[in-house]
Ligand binder design. Structure first.
Ligand code: NAD
Ligand code: ZN
Length: 590
């Protein structure tokens, strides 16, 4: 409950006393909202040519003193009687033309010319009582377009206020409340040009330029290109082709670095495929969709995923598997399935994809089956880490190892994936969680993750599986390996208890590694499993992992230890190579 509700608010407003004369910042009184009205705190406002035109008042009915402004973003401060769909704190955009939702126009699919609230440039007062809500020492100051956003507080009819996603940055989306939406809609909703058609735009101001949507066009943008194995990435201008059938082009806003990127960039014993754009842990927004894509549309908030879900194959239809026949992880393919070509190029030279995601680029193209649509209120700078590492570790424990309440779990490798596996053990109610890592720096960080004991194999002169067997009266109930080291994989298997122990491998091994253990270890009723992406199906299950974060069941912030601008992406590689921190967020807009 805001303390100002029901009170007159005194605040600053830019008042136009006369046509064409500079506005004057004055202290004004803003009356409380009456029935069906809302009072907003304006945080950002922009200037549209319509304001300038009526301020100049050339050939118009001059109505002064007046408070102009109609392109803005703000927050509801209080609401008047009868307002049910808005409440204090809602993020909103005021709009110069309203929607009562009751009249013939509002009920028609074709019109937005609301009988009650359609644009009126001559009225300077509120509909309810024919008065202005602004005054200076008793002198009324006229409204403009029912919005008057050049004031710290303003009153509008509820029908002229659009409630928006609170995660949208008001300093950016304020321009959508008039000019940009007007231009965009004029083309998309009214002119409706077909693919491949020719369009003339008269007037290249903000309204005119909003029409040149990027859909169907090649986009030039920055990408971090790996020209050679193990060499620093180079930020280049690349061309990103439009999405083809069943493909989606995303604008990446945040990406992070997972060890799998580093591993294939080092290309030790792997098929080297260069030049390549790495990256698979990220969050972004759909920019455009190719033919046949029906379940995603421009503007959707999404996480790209390195392993896909076609929803048609035996694996996608099985409850037990996420190894989609069409889109399962493939580290060797550097092209798109549709035509066997890459969507990235630099002056005609193709640049290879990685994992079908290539998120180290401001724009990237994916198969629709590798894109999970998520709650638009989820902050992408946090939940981007759920698109690989954290969900992988969590799912490896919760979906595959499945420890019972009160059990003992060993986690090998305390990077982000391993610590997410430890989170899973905590959520499952394990009573002992033993963390194993060669890097003692990891132990401090790991304490925040409910790990109860630490073992550094370097501190012992016998195999770590023997150390763990001694600590646990014969072995742990479950182990999850998140290192990528084959010896750790063997230890993780050999340290589980006979009779019931289950070990789960998550780390990505070297190409010519061989797993060697005595078969009797299996006969003694131990189970060895492996998983990609924690057995989550990306499209069907990932949105619910995001909800775990939104409901505060899963903390994501503690996995994020660094953040760098895109231009410094190589620092993220340094952090990971030095075992410093967990996840580093790479901000694409910086
Ligand atoms: P990371 O580099 O942040 O963490 C790995 C940790 O393992 C480090 O702390 C390192 O010191 C430790 N380690 C290395 N060798 C060890 C050994 N012999 N014994 C004990 N500890 C050892 O990496 P990350 O991003 O957390 O990824 C972990 C592994 O998971 C990588 O191999 C990665 O490729 C793999 N991965 C697999 C999937 C999947 O779906 N299966 C998904 C993501 C990542
Ligand atoms: Zn990964």
């Amino acid at each position: 409950m805001s303390s100002t509700a029901g009170q007159v608010i005194r605040c600053r407003a830019a008042v136009a006393w006369e046509a064409g004369k500079p506005l004057v910042i004055e202290e004004v009184e803003v009356a409380p909202p009456q029935a069906m009205e809302v009072r907003l705190q304006i945080l950002f406002t922009a200037l549209c040519h319509t304001d300038v035109y009526f301020w100049e008042a050339k050939g118009q009915t001059p109505l002064f003193p007046r408070i102009f402004g109609h392109e803005a973003g703000g927050i509801v401060e209080s609401v008047g009687e009868g307002v049910t769909e808005l409440k204090p704190g809602d993020h909103v955009l005021p709009v110069f033309t309203g929607e009562c939702k009751e009249c013939r126009h509002c009920k028609s699919e074709e019109s937005n010319m609301c009988d009650l609230l359609r644009i009126n440039t001559d009225r300077g007062v509120m509909l309810n009582d024919g008065k202005s809500r602004f005054s200076i020492r008793g002198q009324p100051i006229y409204n403009f377009l029912g919005t008057s956003t050049f004031s710290e507080y303003t009153v509008l009819h509820v029908g002229s206020v659009a409630k928006i996603n609170p995660a949208a940055p008001l300093d950016k989306v304020c321009v959508l409340s008039c000019g940009i939406s007007t231009g965009l809609g004029a083309t998309l909703n009214v002119a409706k040009p077909k693919k491949g058609s020719t369009v003339a735009i008269f007037g290249l101001g903000a309204v005119g330029l909003a029409m040149s949507s990027t859909a169907g066009q090649v986009i030039r943008c920055r990408a971090a290109v790996a020209w050679e194995a193990g060499k620093p990435l180079v930020i280049e201008e690349v061309e990103v082709a439009p999405p083809q059938a069943m493909e989606v082009r995303l604008r990446i806003l945040f990406t992070s670095l997972c060890h799998t990127d580093v591993y294939f960039w080092e290309a030790k014993g792997q098929t080297p495929l260069f030049p390549r754009i790495f990256g698979h842990e990220a969050g972004g927004i759909v920019e455009s969709v190719g033919e046949g894509v029906t379940d995603l549309q421009p503007g959707d908030h999404v996480l790209p995923v390195f392993t896909g879900e076609c929803k048609e194959c035996r694996h996608c239809k099985s409850e037990e598997s996420n190894m989609c026949d069409l889109l399962r992880i493939n580290t060797d393919r550097g092209v798109m399935l549709n035509d066997g070509n890459s969507r990235f190029s630099i002056k005609g030279q193709p640049i290879y994809h990685f994992l079908g995601t290539s998120t180290f680029s401001e724009y990237t193209v994916l198969h629709v089956g590798s894109v999970a649509k998520i709650n638009p209120a989820a902050p992408l700078d946090k939940v981007c880490v759920l698109s690989c590492g954290i969900s992988t570790g969590l799912g490896a424990t919760l979906n595959v190892a499945k420890p019972k309440k009160g059990s003992t779990v060993a986690i090998f490798g305390l990077g982000a994936v391993g610590l997410a596996a430890a989170e899973g053990a905590r959520i499952a109610g394990a009573s002992r969680i033993i963390g194993i890592d060669l890097n003692p720096k990891r132990f401090d960080e790991a304490k925040k993750f409910g790990i109860t004991e630490f073992v550094n194999p370097k501190d012992y002169d016998k195999p770590v599986q023997e150390v763990i067997a001694e600590m646990t009266d014969g072995g742990v109930d479950r182990s999850v390996e998140c290192t990528g080291n084959v010896n750790a994989m063997i230890s993780a298997f050999e340290c589980v208890h006979d009779g019931w122990g289950v070990a789960v491998l998550v780390g990505v091994p070297n190409k010519d590694d061989a797993f060697k253990t005595h078969p009797v270890n299996f006969l003694n009723e131990r189970t060895l499993k492996g998983t990609f992406f924690g057995n989550y199906k990306p499209r069907s299950d990932l949105p619910s992992v995001v909800e775990k974060y939104m409901n505060k069941e899963l903390e994501v912030e503690k996995f994020i230890t660094h953040s760098v601008p895109f231009s410094e992406i190589n620092k993220a590689f340094d952090y990971m190579l030095q075992g410093d921190g967990l996840r580093c967020i790479i901000r694409m807009d910086a």
